[in-house]
Ligand binder design. Structure first.
Ligand SMILES: Cc1cc2nc3c(=O)[nH]c(=O)nc-3n(C[C@H](O)[C@H](O)[C@H](O)COP(=O)(O)O)c2cc1C
Length: 573
């Protein structure tokens, strides 16, 4: 191994390493020795690295950059390797800042460059770099010829671990660039995986935290890798996998297969370039994901029949965005989905809003004949999506996810030890209705897990389940009203707000309200109300603990008493 360049910058221990890993391919590895956290919740034992690659054909390509903290070191090294004015392509494997943090810096010095990425990656980048740039969107199987035998092929690998991930395969050197996938947070001078036992624990932790939640997407990506002859897996974090490559891939395969067989997944079929299909699919997926159910977004115009059949066979739920009637591949795939669907699956449909949507109702009738359970009314697009329609989509997705997890939820509720359950049940609270309005959308929820949490400034804390509709209106900076229910008068309001509302349904129909100064509804029959603003949210697994400052409030009846909720058991509200 030849170290072409190594610099250090005490005391923060960030160093840089540059090495030719195959003919015409150089890696620039940013070594972050002391990084101890990733994505907040992920504790690192051995630091991490951010790996970037240069490929020299007749054309010059750079795959990924580095973290912003390496700005000077990395840009110096890059300039030492190539004349940036001759860089032809910048391939963005995905847009997470630890790999794309210096994209803007490269673009400033190489404005001629064409950025290559998945459609979503390009959209994310436009919002990140705020300067115009040339781009080329690539899909599964697309190729880019750099010359000198370096014909690159792109493999779509969504959700590993960002939605916009692509792999790049260089046939000449049999190198597969996978960015986050197959990586590990492990920092040392060894560029390759010569000694696997040192790496195993970090490789597994990384898989569990970043890849395991999307086990089926991992399996799909591995399937797409199968036709390729691979010599080196050039990952974006940690050592490159060369000596024990097959073992590492088999680990991913086994772990993902085990994980995928136990957890439900929903396949959301959309058409990438048609109407508002992708936007609506994303909103529905967001709602499904709130229930902890895995989602796979699939471009119905892209896959072959066998892949579609596999996806439908393993899915617990299916969502279909109507493709164009003129899209022959999508039409064939719709027939395949219909043929593979079975009566235990949940389903939902939405219109894509192009000009030639496949008619929704005849297709829906055919699926009904199969016996699938339709979990939300068809979402019909009459005009470009609004925030209100986004809310309908999100709530529709949540309804579908909740249906799929209903058995798990009941099992959880029964799983508590009886003594502990009864002891917890002695915790009691008041009864409150939280109401919120943000622009054209509004929501409300009955809550009893509410407590004052600070005196100065005045603050309250509320535990809100992650799959509640109102959760979307309780992010930091959002405002709401905490309505206190009265002991002798809480039943009608409690019954009303516990009703099951359809996605986007008006939760205030028939309820007397007036507006608070923060814009949210005050319930006219509440005993008291407080105007609040969310200042922080703490992740408590199945709930968010939402801490909010309190700005104003009033009591309607001076003698009134707050309704109290006494429970018998602790595994429910
Ligand atoms: C007595 C009682 C107290 C509740 N307290 C809370 C609570 O503090 N936090 C919460 O997330 N849900 C709580 N819930 C559940 C929600 O009120 C209820 O499931 C919700 O209105 C359904 O709305 P959704 O459409 O958003 O799922 C409580 C339910 C009851 C019956």
């Amino acid at each position: 191994m030849v170290l072409l360049q190594e610099k250090s910058q005490a005391p923060s221990r960030i160093t840089l390493q540059t090495l030719e890993i195959a003919p015409d391919i150089t890696t620039i590895r940013s070594l972050d020795w002391d990084r101890d956290r990733f994505d907040i919740e992920f504790e690192l034992q051995n630091g991490t690295t951010y790996n970037s690659f240069i490929i020299r054909g007749d054309k010059l390509a750079l795959i990924d950059t580095s973290h912003q903290k390496f700005r000077d070191l990395y840009m110096d090294a890059l300039r030492g390797q190539i004349d940036l004015s001759t860089l032809d392509y910048l391939i963005v494997s995905h847009t997470e800042p630890d790999h794309s943090g210096l994209v803007a810096d490269v673009l400033k010095l190489a404005p001629q460059v064409t950025v290559i990425g998945a459609k979503v990656a390009i959209q994310f980048l436009e919002n990140m770099v705020h300067i115009p740039f040339k781009f080329q969107i690539v899909k599964q199987g697309d190729r880019l010829d750099l010359g000198q035998g370096h014909e690159l092929e792109f493999i779509s690998a969504p959700n590993l671990h960002w939605p916009d991930t692509i792999f790049t395969y260089d046939a000449k050197t049999q190198t597969l660039f996978t960015c986050d996938a197959f990586g590990m947070h492990y920092c040392d001078d060894h560029v390759f995986d010569e000694v696997p036992y040192i790496l195993e624990a970090d490789f597994k932790t990384y898989y569990d935290c970043l890849m395991g939640p999307n086990a089926r997407s991992v399996l799909a990506a591995i399937k797409r890798m199968e036709p390729l002859t691979i010599e080196t897996i050039a990952t974006g974090h940690g050592p490159l996998l060369k000596y024990h490559r097959e073992t590492w891939v088999n680990c991913y395969r086994e772990w993902s297969a085990a994980q995928a067989s136990t957890e439900p997944i929903v396949s959301v079929f959309y058409s990438e370039d048609y109407g508002y299909s992708y936007h609506l699919a994303q909103q529905i997926s967001l709602g499904i994901a709130k229930t902890g159910v895995e989602v796979e977004l699939i471009d119905v115009s892209e896959l072959d029949r066998q892949d579609v059949r596999d996806l439908v066979n393993t899915a617990a739920g299916i969502v279909i965005g109507m493709p164009s009637q003129e899209d022959a591949i999508a039409q064939t795939n719709l027939s395949t989905i219909l043929a593979a669907a079975h009566g235990k699956q949940a389903i939902g449909f939405f219109e894509s809003g192009g000009d030639h949507d496949e008619p929704l109702y005849p297709l829906r009738n055919k699926f009904r004949e199969v016996g699938v359970s339709e979990l939300f009314p068809p979402i019909l697009l009459k005009e470009p999506p609004t925030v209100a329609l986004d809310q309908v989509c999100e709530e529709a997705g949540t309804d579908l996810g909740q249906w799929l997890t209903r058995d798990r939820t009941v099992k959880h509720m029964k799983s508590l030890d009886t003594d502990l359950d009864r002891a917890l049940g002695r915790l009691s609270g008041g009864l409150y209705i939280i109401t919120s309005r943000k622009g054209e959308i509004a929501s409300a929820m009955l809550a009893s897990w509410v407590t004052q949490a600070s005196l100065s400034p005045l603050g309250v804390a509320i535990a809100v389940a992650k799959d509640r509709a109102i959760e979307a209106l309780l992010h930091c900076g959002d405002r709401f009203v905490l309505n206190v229910l009265e002991e002798d008068n809480y039943q009608p309001l409690m019954r009303h707000f516990l009703k099951r509302f359809p996605p986007g349904g008006d939760r205030f129909a028939g309820v007397k309200t007036y507006d608070a100064s923060n814009g949210s509804p005050i319930l006219a029959d509440a005993l008291a109300y407080m105007e609040c603003e969310v200042t922080s949210r703490m992740d408590c697994d199945d709930h968010w603990a939402i801490y909010s400052s309190v700005q104003a409030g009033r009591v309607a009846k001076a003698q009134g008493v707050t309704a109290v909720h006494h429970r018998k058991v602790g595994n429910h509200y």
